[in-house]
Design a protein around this ligand. Structure first.
Ligand SMILES: [Zn+2]
Length: 342
């Protein structure tokens, strides 16, 4: 019987196999190993959306024990780190994912987290020379350290050396062979850009941003204001409350539109204005959660049900505002009410 050798671990697989039974590496163009571990990946992604980052990371690591060369899980684990502001860890996992399978979307994510590593280093330098930092992302780092411990404990199987530090050990059978041309199937593939294209480069001007969002919402909800904060890469959008529509649903629609219209943004902060310009609902939506939602909507889910799960940092009248955490400066994965330290 004909066999084909895995390029990464040299396991002999039956000819025509989609992926390597031993390590999860793709064996032919367009092939995926995700099907075999689809349930685990879906569960990990759900935990991530619910901001159970430890649970999500644990689930990812469990899959990687079975399929150390599954690129999708590398990306998902990197996303989990990125959502907590653990940019260095996120960068390393994105790099390893790209070693397994080249992908433009993952490259963009890697560029993004590398920029964030650089700006975090700039902040440290500023702190050292006595320039006050406006908003240290303490909780992101506390969580990152916690997860690093999890990763190290769960990653004992990663033993080995790599050219770019210990984490490279995931591909311990040697440097992965270039599998360019193999399109990795991401759990939440980027949507084809059928909407108004947003020019790359400088942050969009306020009015063109507003127009781009309006072309996404098509008038429902009415978008009153929008501004893009290039420092945090947060697009803040103010939408008018809709009659007979829950503010949460209005917020979800506006936030999805804002992220679709603002290619640079990693988070949308949405405010829903009611009578007399009073804010009746506030929340954040991460670009990752938006992607998950769009995939679900494309699959027939409703905005109403997605609105229940994708928004974070939800504020409604009567909520206790989270202490000292301005939504604009929170990392996307930050809990609205962080536990007290210690
Ligand atoms: Zn293999």
């Amino acid at each position: 019987m004909a066999t084909s050798a895995c390029p990464l671990c040299f396991e002999a697989n039956p000819a025509g196999s989609d992926f390597c039974e031993a390590c999860g590496a793709p064996l032919r163009e367009g092939a995926v190993s995700d099907d075999a571990v689809y349930r685990e990946i879906a569960e990990a992604n759900l935990l991530r959306v619910r901001q159970d980052f430890k649970g999500a990371a644990d689930r990812c690591l469990a899959v990687l024990r079975r399929y150390p060369n599954n690129a999708t899980v590398h990306v998902l684990l990197a996303d989990v780190y990125a959502e907590q502001g653990a940019w260095t860890d996120a960068a390393q996992w994105y790099e390893m994912a790209l070693d397994l399978q080249d992908d433009d979307a993952v490259r963009r994510k890697l560029d993004d987290v590398r920029n964030r590593v650089a700006s975090a280093e700039t902040s440290e330098t500023l702190a050292k020379i006595g320039v006050p930092e406006r908003k240290p992302m303490v909780w992101g780092y506390v969580l990152a350290v916690g997860l690093l411990v999890v990763a190290v404990a769960g990653g004992a199987f990663l033993a080995g050396q790599g050219s770019r530090g210990g984490q490279r050990a995931m591909t311990s059978m040697g440097d992965p062979i270039d599998v360019s041309g193999v399109a990795p199937r991401l759990l939440n593939p980027p949507e084809p850009t059928t909407e108004t294209p947003v020019p790359a480069g400088p942050a969009p001007a306020r009015d063109s941003l507003l127009q781009a969002i309006e072309s996404e919402t098509r008038g429902a909800p009415v978008v009153l204001r929008a501004v893009f904060n290039p420092r945090e890469r947060v697009v803040t959008v103010v939408a008018q409350a809709e009659t007979a529509v829950q503010p949460r649903v209005t917020a979800a629609k506006a936030a999805l539109a804002a992220l679709a219209a603002s290619a640079e943004a990693v988070t949308a902060t949405v405010l829903v204005e009611g009578e007399g310009g009073r804010v009746v609902f506030a929340a954040d939506l991460s670009a990752e959660a938006a992607r998950t939602a769009r995939a679900a909507l494309a699959g027939g889910d409703t905005v109403e049900s997605q609105a229940e799960v994708i928004l974070s940092g939800v504020w409604v009248p009567g909520s206790v505002p989270s202490e000292g955490t301005a939504p604009q400066t929170s990392p996307p994965g930050e809990e609205p009410n962080p536990p007290s330290p210690g």
